[in-house]
Each structure stands twice: as structure tokens, then as C-alpha cells.
Design a protein around this ligand. Structure first.
Ligand SMILES: [Zn+2]
Length: 578
């Protein structure tokens, strides 16, 4: 970290592009600071100039207007959003980013509402289960009814992580089985201090991708399991079972392609801890003992001597939404076949017609603001006298609020081969409270992109701050993770915490205030007190980082120990032999 210790103080003044001026300023001392808008390369001055607070605000106002009704996929909000984005990209002179030259990628999805029945059987004994209080499941196979009646196997955390020498499966055949697994990644105590987690295993207290339920269910599917049930524990899950009930017992969406169906188990879901403990004790086992065993490297899957009978009747119907994809082709005849992708999800929660009062979830920060940054960065690049050597793709993605579905589709059916993509940069929820001395990197320590960011920030005397809550796994909860899963190094930032001319608690306070008051609420709206000076600086830096990658001599990489590194290495080997 190269966070500058010099106090940064300034009042609003016209920016001086490209001038590495050191300016004394009003205040209690004669401290000096770099110009807050100094690009890392003077050639970027015009691009920095093209990114303005007025534009950032205007795009958010358009996209979060009540007339867009909260930008839910398939609504009039989608229609208006897609039209706006395409017209903006066209006006900048960008090309359509799809292989056929169009700006639209159609995303085929399916909506599912599950009506399940389930019970466990041990010999002649039956353990009935109540939906949704004991369990929640869905079947995303496009079938009106599916039946699973199979042996149950406890597979510990359901993790195979070569970089930690960890394999919960030990080549045990799971085809056709119902697997039962623990949530989060293996909680290995520190051998020197058992009150802490071992920081050398699964990044200690920080969550890794292995801890996410999505990973677990995909891994079970890859091993041929018929069904996957995750035991819900409130602590390691990070939320109570009621959240699982809300998310899983109502209508939900999924990508609907043959590959996606093949990558799914027939039935997937969660089992509440209480019924899980009852099942295990009826099978002569003990939950605490199984958990302890699952924290050991030599853990082997444990057959329960029990069967699960699960029938899921599903109401389902097809849904189509759209990603909007634009491209600025590179200027170098060879390197233009290499790409950088900026992503931002355009969708939000829509409208709740049953609510009294404000029904519209405007999603001004979430994520009209990220889309506004996407448009502004595109404008910045087109302002350059010479296009960068490599190509830039700008992707406004749908269905994030329904489970990152637009991102998933985009990564599964990418407009260019992902082995030709140098990196992804995801844009969410810009800073509305003024300038910061730092910028927060979510998933700090993952890729060399944060080093590029650090260099770009250093030009204006700023630095990086790591995510203060890595245990919450924010890195795995936004669009870029779908690119990461396929090996593409990604950069994901949130606004900084050290605000200029504010006390040190201000950043955390604003962050918490937004989370508790406005996040996913109708009150996420444009406010008259917004100060976009920080958003302008951050957006410019994101263009700067992109430019350095597009012009650079080396590709960004995952840092050692990253769960996505092996995937990238394989994809680059395949690229080399192409
Ligand atoms: Zn959201």
C-alpha cells in the first residue's frame, strides 16, 4: 500500500488536466498534494477532461427516472434502458460489440416457482420435511415435475482446491446421489491459536469462492450428483434461514441454455440446521463430529445409510432480456484481437405494486451509477486522439439482481474468446459524498490489476484500501465473478473510506448509512446533496487503469493462491496452442 500520509485538502476548483501541479491550500498548514485529477500518462488528459460530473449525474437521472419503473428485466424499463444505452454508444461512434455487429445480446432465461415435497428415509423410518420452514429447493431443468429418490452422502464442505491440497471427494462416486454439504469454506483453526482461523488455508476469515453455495452446487453437478442440499447454519452462511426462504421459495430466474441445464443438479437447495441434525442423529451420526471431521484434509465422504425422496413440481415460463454490448476496436492490427471488458449491470428491482407510498426502486446508485461510469469511460476513450492498441468492450448486463444472470450468460456465450480477454473491470455504485484519498479494492490480493490501479492512483497522490469485510464475500457477489470463474482476472472496487476534509469515521458511516437505509429500497434515488467530485476522480482512474492494460506489455494475472488461477493457466495454455 502506498497510501500517502500527507493531508489532502482542497476546495472545489477547476481541474488542471495533465498538470502535475503541487498546490498549497487553505487550511491549518501549508500541506501540498498532487493534482487530484492527474492522469498517469499525460496523453490521457483529454480523456480525463471528457469525464465530467455533469455527465455522470445526467446518465443517472435518466436511468433512475420513475418513467423507467426501476429497470426490471422484460419491463418498459428494460426497453427504455436498452434504447438509451445503444443510442449513447452509437453517438460516441462505438461499434456493436456482438460478432454480428449488433449492440444487443439476447439473454434466454426461465422463471421458476417451485412446489416441492420431500422426506428422508432410514430403513422403515420416515422423517417428513415441511416446505419452506425445513428446506427450500428448486429444479431448474425446464421439467414440470422431477423426482429424486436416492442415497444420501455427506461430503463435508464439498470443496476441491488444488492450491490448498484439499479434496473433500477423494474420488468417491457420487453419481445419482443426494449430497449434503456444509456452507462456507473449511474453517481450519490456526495451529498456534485455536481462537483464530488459519490464514494460510482458504484465506482465514476471508471468504473464498469455495465458500459460495453456487460453487458447491456446481461442483456436486460436475460429479454427477442428482441433488445437492446445503446445510444452513446462520453464522457461516452470514444470514438467517428466513433469507433462504425468501430467495428460494418464490419465483426465481435462471439462464436457460442446454449447457446451463447440464451444469445443474436435478434438485438444489438448502436444509435448515435443525432437520439436518435430526437426520444425522437418526442415521447414528453426529453433526458436530461430522463438522470436525470435515475440517481435516483426510476427510472422506460419509454415506448416511439414508435416502432422500424429493419431488419438485415447477411452474415455469421463458423470459428474454438483453445485455447491451459496445466495442471500441483497437488501433494495432495484431493487438486489436485482445480485449479489455468493462461491465456494469443495468437492471434493478423494478416496482412493487403492492407497496403503499413509493413503489419504484429507482436504483440510482445500484446501479444506474455504474452504468453512468461505463458510458463516461467509453466517452473518455473516444476522446483520445489515437485509439488504444487493444480493443475495449463495454457491457451493460441484465439480471444481476436475479442472480448475476446477464453476467453468467455473457461469460458463457462471450462475444470474443475469453482467452483473448486481458481483464475485466466491474463498475458499481459510485461515490456520492465527495473526494477520497483512497479507493477500496474488493478481493484485495487477488490479481496484479490492483498494482496497475495503485500506479494510476499514485499519479494523483491516492492509494488503495482493502475491503474491511472480506468475510462477507462481496468479491463473489457481482457481475465480474462470472468472468473470474472462467479465469479472466478482474478488478472490483468500491468507493474509498478516507474522505478529504472529513474525519476518519465519515466513510464507514456513509457506507453503513446507505446499506441500512437505501440499499435495495425505493429511497435509492438521486439526492440534491450528492457531491460527485469523488465519482469523477474514481471514474477517471478506472479509465486510466484500462488504458494501462490496453497499452501494456504484459497481461494482468491472478496472484498465487487465487482460486481462479488454475483456470486461467489452462485457458492461456489452450490459447498458446491455438
Ligand atoms: Zn442490487
Amino acid at each position: 500500500m502506498s497510501r500517502r500520509r500527507t493531508p489532502l485538502r482542497m476546495t472545489v476548483r477547476p481541474m488542471l488536466v495533465g498538470a502535475a501541479l503541487l498546490v498549497g491550500c487553505a487550511g491549518d498548514n501549508s500541506s501540498v498534494f498532487a493534482d487530484p485529477h492527474t492522469p498517469s500518462d499525460p496523453v490521457l488528459g483529454v480523456a480525463y477532461d471528457a469525464i465530467t460530473a455533469d455527465d455522470l449525474l445526467r446518465h443517472v437521472q435518466v436511468l433512475s427516472a420513475d418513467s423507467l419503473e426501476g429497470r426490471a428485466p422484460t419491463t418498459i424499463g428494460e426497453e427504455k434502458t436498452v434504447r438509451y444505452l445503444e443510442s449513447q454508444f452509437r453517438a460516441m461512434g462505438l461499434s456493436g460489440g456482438m460478432p454480428d455487429g449488433s449492440f444487443v445480446q439476447y439473454v434466454t432465461m426461465r422463471a421458476y416457482t417451485p412446489h416441492p415435497e420431500a422426506s428422508f428415509h432410514i430403513g422403515s423410518r420416515q422423517l417428513p420435511l415441511a416446505f419452506p420452514n425445513d428446506y427450500v429447493v428448486v429444479s431448474r431443468q425446464g421439467q414440470p415435475t422431477v423426482d429424486v429418490d436416492a442415497e444420501m452422502v455427506f461430503v463435508g464442505y464439498g470443496v476441491e482446491a488444488p492450491e490448498y491440497g484439499w479434496d473433500d471427494f477423494k474420488n468417491v462416486d457420487l453419481s445419482g446421489k443426494v449430497v449434503l454439504m456444509l456452507i462456507n469454506d473449511p474453517a481450519i483453526p490456526d495451529p498456534r491459536d485455536s481462537t483464530k482461523l488459519d490464514s494460510t488455508m482458504f484465506r482465514g476469515n476471508a471468504m473464498t469462492y469455495y465458500g459460495r453455495w453456487t460453487y458447491k452446487i456446481e461442483t456436486a453437478a460436475a460429479r454427477g450428483a442428482a441433488a445437492a442440499l446445503i446445510i444452513h447454519e446462520t453464522g457461516p452462511a452470514g444470514y438467517p434461514f428466513s433469507v433462504a426462504i425468501n430467495g428460494w421459495s418464490r419465483e426465481s430466474f435462471d439462464i436457460d441454455t442446454p449447457e446451463q441445464r447440464a451444469a445443474r443438479v436435478i434438485v438444489e437447495g438448502w436444509l435448515r440446521q435443525g432437520p439436518a441434525e435430526e437426520l444425522l442423529s437418526a442415521a447414528g451420526l453426529n453433526f458436530a463430529a461430522l463438522k470436525a471431521a470435515a475440517r481435516q484434509k483426510d476427510f472422506k465422504p460419509v454415506p448416511l445409510g439414508a435416502r432422500a425422496r424429493i419431488r419438485v413440481r415447477s411452474e415455469s415460463y421463458p423470459v428474454q432480456s438483453r445485455n447491451v454490448v459496445a466495442m471500441l476496436p483497437g488501433s494495432d492490427s495484431l493487438l486489436r484481437k485482445e480485449y479489455l471488458i468493462y461491465t456494469a449491470h443495468w437492471d434493478h428491482l423494478g416496482r412493487d405494486t403492492s407497496a403503499t407510498g413509493d413503489q419504484i426502486f429507482n436504483g440510482a446508485r445500484d446501479n444506474a451509477s455504474g452504468v453512468s461510469q461505463l458510458l463516461s469511460i467509453a466517452k473518455g476513450f473516444t476522446a483520445l486522439p489515437n485509439r488504444p492498441k487493444r480493443s475495449v468492450i463495454f457491457a451493460a448486463l441484465t439480471g444481476e439482481e436475479k442472480g448475476m444472470l446477464g453476467a453468467r450468460y455473457f461469460a458463457a456465450q462471450p462475444p470474443v474468446p475469453l482467452s483473448d480477454v486481458l481483464a475485466g473491470i466491474n463498475l458499481v455504485r459510485f461515490n456520492t459524498w465527495g473526494r477520497t484519498k483512497d479507493l477500496m479494492v474488493i478481493g484485495h490480493g487477488s490479481t496484479t490489476l490492483e498494482d496497475v490501479l495503485n500506479d494510476a492512483l499514485a499519479a494523483s497522490g491516492r492509494g488503495i484500501v482493502p475491503d474491511p469485510e472480506p468475510e462477507k464475500g462481496f468479491f463473489y457477489r457481482s457481475s465480474h465473478v462470472e468472468l473470474a470463474r472462467r479465469g479472466v482476472p478482474v478488478l472490483y472496487t468500491h468507493h474509498g473510506l478516507q474522505f478529504v476534509d472529513r474525519d476518519s469515521a465519515f466513510g464507514r458511516q456513509k457506507r453503513d448509512e446507505y446499506t441500512s437505509r437505501d440499499f435495495h429500497q425505493p429511497s435509492d434515488e438521486v439526492r440534491p446533496d450528492w457531491d460527485l467530485a469523488g465519482a469523477v476522480a474514481d471514474t477517471r482512474v478506472m479509465l486510466d487503469v484500462g488504458y494501462r492494460i490496453l497499452m501494456g506489455s504484459s497481461w494482468p494475472t491472478w496472484k498465487p493462491g487465487s482460486e481462479f488461477k488454475a483456470q486461467r493457466d489452462a485457458s492461456l495454455r489452450a490459447r498458446g496452442s491455438r
